[in-house]
Design a binder for this molecule. Structure first.
Ligand SMILES: Cc1ncc(COP(=O)(O)O)c(C=O)c1O
Length: 427
């Protein structure tokens, strides 16, 4: 035994959060070199005006852009964010105290949760949920309360809008200890874009029980026609109880830049400022400046054909349709997303083709995802990672694929699957 003894064991507040699906599947990808439709990022170039802006910033004459900037957000970035969102939510947003820039949307979530949730608080998580919500709530001392979206249709074409919350079940999750609900629209992994009626149901309960809504809207620009992204903070009585979260990485296809933000009323944002100044303190200056320049340009051509905020979804819709088609052709049952860049598909019709007994995981979706990565060389993510232990069984028949990939890579995915199925693949 080491001379350190037990003094440095992991603090109990992290119990149960030791591993993530990402750690496991990134390692699996390194070892097996599959075609990776697992992690959520584009494999094609970001808009040139944004990457060029960053190159110019780091090699340019303004040496101060290589130094610390304002802790709560680089002035040029908070200025354009307040301008953009003031327009989108039809109210004046103060760039100084109603916007904060964070190390990705991830940190905005962390600050919202750590800044508002404390022991004894309950936080409602809608399943499937982006997996970091749960450990963050636990770290804050809160208790997650889970409610699954359930498919309301079992045959024919299934859309992500067919996955719904039961309003009565939802109402039953709220009580005097409820501090917050975390909403994600457009949704990862379902691609569901919550309708205004669904958002009103959530909003009414938030108002009834005086509950904070943390609204994760990182895929706000990735919505397919005819669906519309509705910001819950724009519903009556919701501005004062909503923190809305966005991501520069998702907006401009530069996920590695890890630059995100939150906006909302100063009273709620203040707690996020305090978590931020006592942890991260200030985010890196060059990416903030580049994203600011990028947003200024897009704001200037908002609503016009070249605007990236709107054109990426048009490109992506074709990729969605392509992926849905080949998943269907090989026998899976895709759930057609209305937004975002993920699609889940029911793989159970292919159960006879996979040797799940070769894997040892408890949940079948993990076995399927691993077996496919190792043997067929196509990687997806097991969606039970986005459920609490008691509900993981609800996701066992599904796999999540990311379709924001080059057409040639989506074609490769089709070829891999069809060759495996014994169809008409081109390999
Ligand atoms: C729903 C959701 N929220 C937040 C994030 C994190 O965003 P960022 O990369 O800006 O930290 C992601 C990333 O995949 C996500 O899917």
């Amino acid at each position: 035994m080491s001379s350190l003894g037990n003094k440095f064991v992991l603090p109990a507040k992290f119990a149960g959060s030791e591993t993530t699906v990402w750690e496991e599947f990134i390692q699996l990808a390194i070892e097996n070199k599959p075609l990776n439709l697992g992690q959520g990022f584009p494999d094609f170039a970001a808009p040139q005006h944004v990457t060029k802006a960053l190159a110019d910033i780091v090699t340019g004459e303004n040496v101060l852009l290589q130094q610390y900037t304002r802790g709560y957000g680089h002035p040029r970035l908070v200025a354009v964010l307040s301008k953009l969102y003031s327009k989108l939510v039809s109210r004046e947003i103060n760039p100084h105290n109603e916007v904060i820039v964070t190390a990705g949307a991830y940190e905005a979530l962390y600050n919202s949760i750590l800044g508002h949730v404390t022991s004894g608080d309950e936080v409602i998580l809608i399943e499937p949920f982006f997996d970091c919500y749960e450990p963050m709530v636990k770290l804050a001392g809160g208790t997650p309360v889970y409610i699954p979206l359930r498919p309301t249709k079992t045959s024919g074409t299934i859309l992500s809008s067919d996955w719904k919350l039961d309003p009565e079940e939802l109402a039953g999750k709220f009580n005097k200890n409820t501090k917050a609900i975390i909403l994600n629209t457009p949704h990862n992994p379902l691609g569901k874009v919550f309708t205004v009626e669904e958002l009103n149901t959530i909003a009414d309960l938030c108002k009834k029980w005086n509950v904070l809504c943390i609204s994760d809207e990182v895929y706000e620009w990735l919505v397919f026609k005819p669906y519309k992204h509705v910001r819950i903070c724009t519903l009556p009585g919701m501005w004062e109880r909503t923190i809305s979260i966005g991501s520069g990485g998702k907006t401009f296809s530069v996920t590695g830049w890890k630059t995100g933000w939150a906006y909302g009323p100063a009273e709620l944002l203040r707690n996020l400022f305090i978590v931020h100044q006592n942890s991260i303190n200030s985010c890196n200056t060059p990416t903030q400046e580049a994203i600011a320049q990028g947003l200024e340009l897009e704001l200037g051509r908002f609503g016009q054909p070249g605007c990236y905020l709107q054109s990426l979804a048009v490109e992506l819709e074709k990729k969605r349709d392509f992926a849905a088609k080949f998943l269907r052709e090989v026998g899976m049952i895709p759930v057609i997303p209305e937004g975002g860049y993920f699609m889940i598909a029911d793989w159970s019709p292919l159960a006879g083709k996979v040797k799940l007994e070769q894997e040892t995981d408890k949940y079948m979706d993990y076995r399927f995802a691993k077996w496919m990565t190792k043997n067929i060389k196509l990687q997806g993510i097991p969606p039970s990672a986005f459920y609490c232990t008691e509900h993981k069984n609800l996701a066992e028949n599904y796999i999540r694929y990311c379709f924001i990939k080059k057409d040639e890579n989506l074609q490769k995915a089709e070829d891999i699957l069809k060759k495996w199925i014994g169809g008409y693949g081109k390999l």
